[in-house]
Write a protein of this length. Structure first.
Length: 456
């Protein structure tokens, strides 16, 4: 029996879905596995402080639109509707009097004024400049917050790897200690001259230290995972893991000379941009406030109309009627507000803010290069430390293996195992600490220069 073509297509789709279901990290049941870049990307999406930064940018953009709007005419309209006394007659004689009520009627009136600024001596243009630079300042602040978030995520990510390496190390040392203790007890029971009861006590004491460090490593792992959940916007009980299995050096050391990093920071570091844009914004605000010393020149227009039934219209220009008329006009105007000390005080305030920002700029110019230099030197130090501690723990491992073999054969003292394992654990821990320091030095250097958290 042949199936219709449509039925065959539906059957094929069902089979394919059953054989090859949709895959994805979040769609799989179980743990959500994230790499470092994905952790940073999620943290940048979930960070509430970036929501505040975006709101600040929107506020700054609205201030710019407000400043721009002052270039256009402003129209004010007033409408009235109410009772008024009747009036009959003309501009020469009327039996009605203005101070007597002779019946009531209603009136409607509308007045419209238009003011188009022509020249304001910088009141508008300088505030537009200040608002434009203010937007750049807020965008740079947002970039700075993104860099800080990325740095914190790297600290948690590498910290988690370090805790796991330490946990694996103490587990390895603990297993070796257990074997040594069992062998020591066996040799002690056989009356071997190479083993004393004191050696058993030393190995037991060392095992207690191992258990203590095991719990510390577990605590560090748990805290780092919890911190990553918070930063990435996941619930506290979300099953999360990271994609990296081992703590390895991230990258190949410094990519250039120190001077290259210092030069790059001048263009990339958000704080530098904040200060540059902020100084220009403050300078524009000082000029805008100084412009208040001068008048505003504008073009003004006025239109008024009113109507009241049962009131005769008066056409004498010397006798205006507020309730029954139509008039208007246009004129070139000058508005000058003169005060005694208010504008001067405002100028002084803005100049003080400008000087304060200059001091902040001088502080940044002195300390940001110092921060870059510190991170650069720490990166070089940790890179050399990795090589040194790798050789040290490798030799300590050989020492521990030889000591254990000699002890197994009954020709080596238990103290040699204790010393070898202690030095191996210390050197191996220093090795992983050096890798962590190296990765964080690279992260701190990228932050100090102002590198973007992610390559978009």
């Amino acid at each position: 029996m042949k199936l219709p073509m449509r039925s065959m297509l539906m059957l094929f789709c069902l089979v394919m879905c059953a054989v090859n279901p949709a895959s994805g990290e979040e769609g799989k049941p179980g743990k959500l596995v994230l790499g470092l870049d994905e952790c940073i990307r999620r943290a940048l999406t979930a960070a509430p402080e970036l929501g505040e930064a975006r709101a600040d940018i929107e506020l700054a953009e609205a201030k710019l639109e407000e400043a721009k709007a002052h270039r256009f005419p402003q129209i004010e309209i007033l409408g009235l509707f109410g009772p008024v006394s009747q009036a009959e007659g003309n501009q020469v004689y009327s039996e009605d009097r203005i101070d007597h009520l002779h019946g009531l009627t209603v009136f409607t009136r509308g007045d419209a004024t238009l003011v188009q600024p022509i020249y304001t001596f910088g009141k508008i243009s300088e505030r537009m400049k200040a608002a434009t630079h203010g937007i750049a300042v807020d965008k740079a602040k947002k970039q700075q917050q993104e860099n800080e978030i990325a740095l914190k995520v790297k600290e948690y990510y590498y910290g988690l790897l370090l805790a796991r390496e330490m946990k694996e190390l103490v587990t390895e040392v603990g297993e070796t200690l257990d074997k040594a203790r069992e062998k020591a007890r066996t040799l002690l029971d056989k009356g071997s001259p190479n083993v004393e009861a004191l050696d058993i006590y030393k190995l037991d004491a060392f095992s207690g230290d191992v258990r203590k460090y095991t719990e510390q490593a577990r605590k560090g792992e748990s805290l780092a995972l919890a911190a990553l959940r918070v930063k990435t916007g996941l619930p506290s009980d979300a099953p999360l893991d990271i994609a990296s299995d081992r703590l390895t050096p991230d990258g190949a050391g410094a990519d250039g000379e120190l001077s290259a990093y210092l030069d790059a920071a001048m263009f990339k570091r958000p704080e530098y941009k904040q200060l540059r844009e902020g100084l220009q914004a403050r300078s524009a605000l000082v000029k805008a406030v100084k412009a208040d010393y001068y008048p505003d020149i504008f073009l003004g227009g006025y239109l008024s109309g009113a109507y009241a039934p049962k009131r005769d219209k008066v056409t004498n220009p010397w006798v205006p009627d507020q309730f029954n008329h139509t008039w208007g006009g246009i004129a070139l105007g000058l508005k000058w507000k003169i005060d005694f000390g208010i504008t001067s005080a405002k100028v002084t305030q803005e100049q003080a803010q400008y000087k304060r920002l200059i001091s902040t700029n001088e502080y940044a110019m002195a300390n940001i290069p110092l921060q870059i230099r510190k991170s650069y030197l720490e990166l070089q130090e940790s890179e050399k430390s990795i090589a040194a501690t790798r050789d040290a723990y490798t030799n300590a491992k050989k020492w521990a293996v030889a000591a254990m073999a000699n002890f197994d054969m009954g020709i080596g003292p238990a103290k040699e195992i204790f010393d070898a394992l202690q030095n191996y654990a210390r050197m191996r821990a220093d090795y992983f600490q050096s890798i962590y320091n190296y990765n964080m030095s690279r992260a701190n250097l990228a932050y100090a220069v102002g590198e973007a958290p992610l390559t978009k």
